[in-house]
Ligand binder design. Structure first.
Ligand code: HEM
Length: 452
């Protein structure tokens, strides 16, 4: 099926039937990746079905996704069905806000992500990784996902807030983890937000714990505002009436950046390690490149232009395992997508997971082939056939930060270590806001050039 179908087709596109009352929600929760993939393969570029909350559309063509996220983005909001999931923990931070508040705060945060600022973070990213590797020894089995989560959390706190969270890393990490696990609960997703459930109590406790640390960070910056970090910047802001941001507004942005800025990059690294362990040829090519370019030294910002294969490995890993597997939007006015009218009150789903594995855009789509990313291939790829960081005005603010961090951490680890999957480890992914492994991915680490 192609995207050249502008005429209004009327009615609703075909889609899976679903059950009375619950629609396809149970089918989705039971096997999210299977459900979204089957829906695309069976019904084509646009599918729809009825859920208790209204009609859900799944867009499977890059052009349709471009229309929603980029060319007609003003017609869409994140919407309550997405926002109510994040609100208990990130409040009204920029991942979850809309309109004037989103615009003002995105503008305030943007300078922290300017390419020049990001370059300043490179040395620290490598130093923190080397510090983490101090506790590794050849032959040990390490919980890779947990370690990547801790490392990326420390990096984002230092880079954006100028704070070393060594004393709090567990408390912050555990609270965010509890929250993310709770978001998988069926009752949390289906019952109206005002209904108290054990999951919601768990989320409240996680929030109280997190708030204690984050308000402490804000107070510290109030007392000592001289740094260039994001909190100091937010503390300086005044609106046209001279009002400053409240502590809670600042807290919401800090928690948003902590959450959005560590889990996704950690996932991309975990999945990259998993894929490299299963593709020894790709690992060997990566290691050859690191030996050639680094010649035994630690990686720096200056090495990155020469680490082309390293970059392709990260890109290809986020194609197969996009850390954010899907995006949701709600139309505020009717729109015509693929010849069908999409009305307010409906939900639009777009899945990186599905589009990134579509054989129309990628030969042998399930194979891990970093070398597929040639300039020619990229120039022919429809724009939204690859969108790990989304696109349009709500594109990830941390995309450059994440790509820098992922490449540097990968290079620092793989120049020293070879990582092996523990036999019998299976990969089972959740599909909530992120595609995180349900179980740890333990890996045995071996020093290069040694028997251990
Ligand atoms: C591999 C790593 C990352 C991936 C795959 C990723 C992916 C995404 C995606 C898909 C969105 C759009 C969500 C939507 O529209 O519903 C997003 C938004 C966002 N990301 Fe990232 N992200 C990554 C790393 C980061 C980092 C390192 C930071 C900050 C340090 C960050 C901060 C944010 C924020 C604040 C938003 C909301 C932007 C807005 O709505 O204006 N992300 N990210």
């Amino acid at each position: 099926m192609s995207s050249d179908t502008p005429a209004l087709s009327g009615g609703r596109p075909p889609g899976p039937d679903g059950l009375p009352l619950v629609g396809n929600q149970l089918a989705f929760l039971r096997d999210p990746y299977g459900f979204m993939t089957r829906t695309a393969r069976e019904y084509g570029d646009i599918a729809a079905w009825e859920d208790p909350g209204g009609t859900t559309y799944q867009l499977n063509h890059p052009d349709y996704i471009e229309q929603v996220l980029v060319s007609n983005n003003e017609n869409y909001i994140k919407g309550e069905r997405f926002q109510h999931i994040l609100r208990p923990i990130t409040g009204n931070g920029i991942l979850n806000s809309e309109g004037a508040v989103w615009r003002r705060n995105r503008h305030l945060l943007q300078p922290a992500f300017h390419p020049d600022r990001i370059e300043e973070y490179a040395e620290m990213m490598v130093a923190f990784t080397e510090d983490a590797l101090e506790s590794w020894a050849g032959g040990q089995t390490r919980p890779i996902h947990e370690e990547m989560m801790e490392l990326t959390l420390k990096i984002v706190s230092r880079a954006l807030f100028g704070v070393d969270i060594d004393d709090h890393v567990e408390r912050i990490g555990d609270s965010l983890e509890e929250f993310m696990l709770a978001t998988e609960s069926l009752s949390h997703l289906v019952l109206p937000p005002q209904v108290p459930t054990p999951t919601r109590r768990q989320i409240r406790r996680a929030r109280e714990d997190l708030d204690a640390v984050v308000y402490g960070m804000v107070e510290e910056r109030r007392r000592n505002p001289s740094d260039r970090g994001v909190i100091s910047k937010l503390l300086e802001v005044t609106d046209e009436n001279g009002n400053t941001l409240s502590n809670e507004e600042i807290r919401d942005e800090v928690v948003t950046l902590l959450l959005a800025g560590h889990e996704t990059t950690a996932l991309s690294l975990t999945m990259t390690a998993y894929l490299l362990a299963r593709n020894p040829r790709a690992e060997a090519t990566l290691v050859d490149e690191l030996e050639d370019v680094l010649d035994g030294a630690t990686p720096t910002m200056g090495d990155l232009p020469e680490l082309g294969y390293t970059e392709r490995v990260v890109k290809e890993s986020m194609r197969l395992y996009p850390p954010v597997p899907g995006i949701v939007r709600e139309p505020v006015k009717p729109d015509i997508v693929g010849g069908y009218e999409i009305r307010p009150g409906s939900t639009v789903r777009m899945h990186q997971w599905v589009v990134h594995r579509d054989p129309r855009w990628y030969d042998d789509p399930l194979a891990f082939e970093p070398d597929r990313w040639t300039p020619e291939m990229e120039s022919e790829l429809p724009k939204l056939a690859y969108f790990p960081f989304a696109a349009g005005p709500r594109r990830c603010i941390g995309d450059r930060f994440a790509m820098l961090e992922a490449r540097l951490i990968l290079a620092t680890i793989y120049r020293e270590y070879h990582l092996e999957l523990v036999p019998g480890t299976d990969l089972d992914l959740m599909a909530t806001i992120t595609a995180r492994p349900k179980h740890e991915i333990p890996m045995t680490v071996r020093e290069r050039g040694s028997r251990n």
